[in-house]
Write a protein that binds this ligand. Structure first.
Ligand SMILES: NC(=O)c1ccc[n+]([C@@H]2O[C@H](COP(=O)([O-])OP(=O)(O)OC[C@H]3O[C@@H](n4cnc5c(N)ncnc54)[C@H](OP(=O)(O)O)[C@@H]3O)[C@@H](O)[C@H]2O)c1
Length: 245
């Protein structure tokens, strides 16, 4: 896909990984529908950085746990930009919990934000996608989807669902829309943890270090330009998914 002049909706685009993905596309001339949930100030700042990079951005808020929010968000992005070419499903929550202590509330919230919302965003994106042009969906998964462990159980199941959804959606609405996923490894410490958390993980990563949001941005740009690639899950995790169970 030629990126210049295209429009992308990035969920969770105000902060951290989503922000890096939005800026990387903007630097290639993509205009950005910048979704955020609670990070209104950060969304304004990221939109300003995108404009400073020579592109256009519109912060759009939505609570993706709410029913109907996904289709409404696609409508607002289309209203603002007149077209949508790329959807990046990055917003998610990451809650600890194993078989003994996963609450029904945590289960429902993670499934709503991490899996249900990306599906209905993809559905609305595909339904409203302008005829005669190609589209791209990139879902942000996690290497954990391929090596489920005892912790972060519900989160891991939502990401396994994202992988299955990526492969399902790659079959149709092809050939109009390509659908791929990125499975990151240790990139940024989760809320409440610091870099020591990432350093401890490095021992079990074949490349012996954590990655950066920029590594994911490079993967996104590859998937955007790789016109013969669909249904792919690109591991960007230093080989962490290869660890022994
Ligand atoms: N960090 C890592 O190393 C890592 C590793 C593997 C996979 N991943 C995946 O990469 C993606 C980004 O990770 P991250 O660490 O940058 O995430 P993060 O810092 O936890 O940010 C989560 C994002 O999701 C949005 N969000 C959460 N709940 C929402 C809701 N109810 N409605 C709307 N938006 C909501 C937040 O928006 P607001 O702040 O605006 O509310 C925020 O932008 C996620 O899919 C994550 O699972 C990350």
């Amino acid at each position: 896909m030629e990126l210049q002049g295209k429009v992308a909706l990035i969920t969770g685009g105000a902060v951290r990984i989503g922000r890096a993905l939005a800026l990387a596309l903007a630097e290639r001339g993509v205009r950005i529908a910048l979704h955020y949930g609670r990070s209104a100030d950060a969304a304004k700042e990221t939109a300003a950085a995108i404009r400073a990079a020579g592109s256009d951005a519109a912060p759009l808020s939505a609570d993706l746990a709410e029913s109907g929010a996904a289709a409404d968000l696609i409508d607002r992005a289309l209203e603002r930009f007149g077209r949508l070419d790329i959807l990046v499903n990055s917003a998610a929550i990451f809650l600890p919990g194993g078989v003994g202590d996963t609450s029904e509330g945590d289960w429902d919230r993670q499934f709503a934000i991490n899996l249900k919302s990306p599906f209905f965003l993809a559905q609305a994106f595909a339904r409203r996608h302008q005829p005669g042009s190609s589209g791209l969906i990139v879902n942000i998964a996690d290497w954990r989807a391929f090596r489920p462990g005892p912790d972060y159980l519900a989160y891991t199941l939502t990401k396994a669902g994202i992988v299955a959804m990526t492969q399902s959606l790659a079959a149709a609405p092809a050939p109009r829309i390509r659908v791929n996923a990125i499975a990151p490894g240790a990139i940024l410490p989760p809320p409440g943890k610091d870099d020591v958390y990432l350093q401890r993980l490095a021992d079990r990563i074949p490349l012996r270090r954590s990655g950066s949001p920029d590594d994911l941005a490079k993967g996104l740009l590859y998937l955007a330009e790789a016109d013969f690639v669909t249904g792919e899950v690109l591991f960007i995790d230093g080989g962490e998914h290869l660890q022994q169970l």
